[in-house]
Write a protein that binds this ligand. Structure first.
Ligand code: SF4
Length: 369
C-alpha cells in the first residue's frame, strides 16, 4: 500500500555546473517533453486502475525542474493527478520550482489543482555564487518569485547550498539571513558535492576555481544549524530545518520506511511486504529484494538521519532480527556518533558529518545476522 507518490520530471533549461542528476537540458517547446507527458499519463492511469493510488497521502513533483516542463503540460499533469488521487486525503503536495521558470500564473494554477507546498531551488543569495553554480536566476529574481508565490502558497521551502567556491562565512551568513527574511516554513541545506565530470569539477581541476575544504564546509553546516535554530527553525533531519509543524511529511515518509511509488524516468519505488521484507526498484528495472533483517537495519539507519533518532523500544524490536543492534549502538555512542538521552539514541553533529561511517556500521548489522 503506497502512501507517497513521486513524479519525476527530468528536464531543465540548462544544466547547472554541479549537476549530476538524471535530467536533460531542453528548450521549452521540445517535443521530448510532449512524449514524456504522454508516458506519464499512461503510467498514472495504469497505477490508478491497479488501485495503487488509493492510499496516497503525500505527493511530490520533482526534477529536473518541474516548472520548466511548461505551463500547459504541468497543468495537464496536475489535472490528471487531481482526477486519479483523492486530494482530500493528501496532506502534502509539493512541486519543486526554480526561480527562472515559476510564474505567478503557474503558481496560481498549481494551487488551484491541489498543490499546497512549493520547494524553491534558490541555492544562494549571492549572484557571483549563483554564477559559479551555473544557475539561470539572480538572487533578486529568487526573492521576487518567493514573494509572488506567497499570494497562493502558505507552505514554502527553500534550498540553499554551502561550500560553493568563493563562498565565505560572511557570504553564507548573508544567504541565510536573506532566506530568513522571506519567512519560509522550511529550509533544506546541502553541502556542495563536486562530482567528477561536471563543469564545476573541471573548473576546480584546472585551477580556475578553488574548492572549499571539507572543514570549512562542515563549519558552514554548523553555522546554518546555529543561525536557523536561533530563529525558530530547528534541524529535524541532517539537511532539513522547519518551523514546528512544517517538517516535510513526504520526506519524513522516506526516512520512516513508508512504501512509496515513483513514476517517471529515474524515479525510485519501495514496497514493504507483509512478511517484513522490502522491494526497491528504479522505474523500468527489476526490484532489489531486502530481507527482513536488511529492512530493519535500513530503518535504523534512516531513523538516525532525523534528530529524533531511534527509541529504545524501536531498538529492542529491531534486536529480534538484529541481535547485535544494542552492542553496535553502544559502540556508536562510544565513538561520539550518537548520544543516549530520554530513552532514545540521537545522532550527534559528528554522526551526521560522518554519515557514511554511521551507515556502514548499522548496515553491517544485517550482514552479521
Ligand atoms: S536545476 Fe537541478 S536538476 Fe536541473 S540542472 Fe540544475 S541541479 Fe540539475
Amino acid at each position: 500500500m503506497y502512501e507517497l507518490l513521486y513524479i519525476h520530471l527530468p528536464f531543465c533549461r540548462q544544466r547547472c555546473a554541479y549537476c549530476n542528476f538524471v535530467t536533460e537540458a531542453v528548450p521549452e517547446d521540445d517535443p521530448h517533453m510532449d512524449a514524456y507527458l504522454e508516458r506519464l499519463m499512461r503510467d498514472i492511469r495504469a497505477a490508478a486502475h491497479a488501485g495503487e493510488l488509493e492510499h496516497i497521502r503525500t505527493m511530490y513533483l520533482g526534477g529536473g525542474t518541474p516548472t520548466h516542463f511548461g505551463h500547459a503540460r504541468l497543468v495537464e499533469l496536475a489535472y490528471l493527478l487531481s482526477l486519479s488521487i483523492r486530494l482530500e486525503q493528501v496532506e502534502e503536495y509539493t512541486v519543486e520550482a526554480n526561480p527562472d521558470s515559476l510564474t505567478p500564473a503557474l503558481a496560481k494554477d498549481l494551487y488551484a489543482l491541489g498543490a499546497n507546498r512549493l520547494s524553491v531551488g534558490v541555492q544562494s543569495f549571492v549572484d557571483s555564487e549563483l554564477a559559479v553554480l551555473g544557475r539561470l536566476h539572480t538572487a533578486d529574481q529568487a526573492a521576487q518569485t518567493i514573494r509572488e508565490s506567497r499570494t497562493r502558497f502558505e507552505n514554502l521551502s527553500l534550498d540553499l547550498i554551502c561550500g560553493i567556491p568563493g563562498q565565505t562565512e560572511t557570504s553564507w551568513q548573508y544567504s541565510l539571513e536573506q532566506a530568513l527574511s522571506l519567512e519560509p516554513e522550511h529550509l533544506s541545506i546541502y553541502p556542495l558535492q563536486v562530482d567528477h565530470g561536471t563543469p564545476l569539477a573541471q573548473a576546480i581541476n584546472s585551477g580556475a576555481l578553488s574548492a572549499v575544504d571539507e572543514d570549512s564546509q562542515a563549519e558552514m553546516l554548523e553555522q546554518a544549524a546555529r543561525v536557523l535554530g536561533a530563529q525558530g527553525y530547528p534541524r529535524y533531519e541532517v539537511a532539513s530545518y522547519a518551523r514546528p509543524g512544517y517538517e516535510s511529511r513526504h520526506n519524513t515518509g522516506y526516512w520512516t520506511g513508508v512504501s512509496y511509488l515513483g513514476i517517471g524516468t529515474g524515479a525510485a519505488s519501495m514496497r514493504n511486504t507483509l512478511e517484513g521484507t522490502r522491494e526497491r526498484w528504479l522505474c523500468g528495472e527489476e526490484p532489489e529484494l531486502l530481507s527482513a533483517s536488511e529492512a530493519a537495519a535500513e530503518d535504523l539507519f534512516l531513523a538516525l538521519r532525523m534528530s529524533r533518532g531511534v527509541s529504545n523500544t524501536q531498538l529492542k524490536e529491531a534486536s529480534t532480527l538484529l541481535p547485535q543492534a544494542l552492542n553496535v549502538f553502544e559502540e556508536l555512542q562510544s565513538l561520539g556518533l550518537v548520544v543516549q538521552t530520554n530513552q532514545r539514541y540521537l545522532p550527534t553533529e559528528k554522526g551526521w558529518l560522518l554519515g557514511n561511517e554511521l551507515y556502514a556500521r548499522v548496515w553491517a548489522l544485517a550482514e552479521g545476522s
